[in-house]
Design a protein around this ligand. Structure first.
Ligand SMILES: NC(=O)c1ccc[n+]([C@@H]2O[C@H](COP(=O)([O-])OP(=O)(O)OC[C@H]3O[C@@H](n4cnc5c(N)ncnc54)[C@H](O)[C@@H]3O)[C@@H](O)[C@H]2O)c1
Length: 380
């Protein structure tokens, strides 16, 4: 198998999921390349060394520019906070490297557009880690929709609810908490959580034409970890919007980090003229399916345990009945990316596809600010 030398930037939550995925993809999937964990970059040498030892990287780096410029790196993987994405991705593309980048692509559409331009000008393979597309149950929903089983779609309903920022004592800024600092994150739950719901929705149900939104910042100032000072909070703590899809269906989207009792409740429901599907991240290996064409005496919601060999990705795992989890979605994403390098066409979502999500989040934030319906800028 050909080797593909990987350089990962960021040793946090996503640095771990990606390292795990690069390490496992070739064990479980027939892929044309074997990822080699070549270099890992953190902000400090100590952190990178520790991570390199634990995950089996050949060398630690503390300067991402050095990693990007290294001739032995084929693919640069960006698993660092949002304010680093554009600069690193553009430098990596200009150095001729393949680029995988965490979501959201940039902090705003201008940054994201410059990233799309850079990878397209360089002609390098690229992909964004919208990993929920690769939950087998969500991929099954995609298959059912594409087969026309749901018929005409009327409704798309989706939420992403968490409860970890309710305390006013929680600071903003720094590892993990950079999400509360708008200068680093770009936005709050709209770009962090709803970006996932939007990416999945665009993929399952097509383009969104217009939105009307409301957002709120419940706690107006928090101590900043890096400055030690109480500073204004400029992220949206909660965001809800209505949307019209191009196919005529209506949608509701909601995300918050103030829903006491919910840790990561990502759900989606799609209602079509013949059938409906429901999915819930807390029970991610199941797809709920209701088909009105079933015999009426037996009609009801089916809870499909998505673990059989003919379910998406599942023949590569254990035996029917044994489920997989969150980390596997990243392994699937790496496997699909590696396969795409052998001429199968680009792996989705590319930077250009992910830009469409940023156009929607941008329209949501503008709509909330202006208290008006806003047309979503068209992607390509
Ligand atoms: N796909 C998903 O489901 C998902 C989930 C969580 C986070 N994310 C995205 O992944 C990215 C990282 O989030 P996270 O939760 O892993 O954050 P994190 O705070 O856990 O980790 C970020 C890491 O990046 C490092 N870092 C920051 N600046 C750096 C620099 N200049 N050079 C090298 N390393 C640097 C930090 O030291 C830290 O190790 C974000 O863009 C986030 O939106 C995606």
């Amino acid at each position: 198998m050909k080797k593909l030398n990987i350089g990962v930037i960021g040793c946090g939550f996503m640095g771990r999921t990606h390292s795990n995925a690069f390490g496992k993809a070739a064990n479980f999937f027939d892929v044309p390349y074997e990822p080699v964990l070549k270099a890992i970059c953190a902000r400090t040498g100590d952190r990178a060394r520790l991570f390199a030892g634990k995950w089996g990287y050949e060398r630690p780096e503390s300067d991402w520019r050095k990693l990007v410029e290294s001739p032995d790196i084929d693919l640069v993987d960006i698993a660092s906070p949002n304010d680093t994405h554009a600069e690193i991705a553009i430098a990596a593309a200009q150095a001729g490297k393949m680029v995988m980048c965490e979501k959201p692509l940039g902090r705003n559409p201008a940054e994201s557009e410059s990233m799309v331009k850079a990878v397209e000008a360089a002609g390098v393979a690229n992909m964004v880690w919208y990993n929920y597309r690769r939950v087998p149950a969500v991929m099954l929903a995609k298959q059912l929709i594409d087969e026309g089983r749901l018929g005409k779609i009327f409704h798309y309903r989706t939420v992403f609810l968490q409860d970890w920022t309710i305390s006013s004592e929680l600071p903003q800024g720094g590892e993990g908490l950079w999400r509360l600092d708008a200068s680093v994150a770009g936005s709050g739950v709209t770009g962090d959580l709803l970006a996932h719901n939007i990416d999945t929705a665009l993929w399952l149900n097509g383009e969104i034409d217009e939105v009307t939104a409301m957002t709120e910042t419940f706690i107006k100032s928090r101590k900043h970890t890096l400055t030690g000072k109480q500073e204004p909070v400029r992220i949206d703590d909660a965001s809800a919007f209505l949307a019209r899809f191009r196919n005529g269906s209506l949608a509701t989207f909601e995300a918050t980090r103030y829903a006491r009792g919910h840790k990561a409740l990502y759900t989606l429901e799609i209602n079509g003229e013949n059938a409906s599907v429901m999915w819930d991240l807390h029970d991610l290996h199941r797809l709920q399916y209701f088909d009105h064409r079933d015999e009426s005496r037996l009609r009801g919601w089916r809870s499909i345990h998505v673990t059989d060999g003919d379910h998406p990705y599942m023949k590569n795992w254990w035996v029917p009945g044994l489920q997989i989890g969150y980390e596997h979605t990243f392994i699937h994403q790496v496997a699909d990316f590696l396969k795409s390098l052998d001429g199968g066409g680009p792996a989705s979502p590319t930077f250009a596809e992910a830009l469409r999500t940023d156009y929607v989040t941008d329209a949501v934030l503008r709509s909330a600010a202006d208290r008006a319906w806003v047309k979503v800028q068209s992607g390509r």
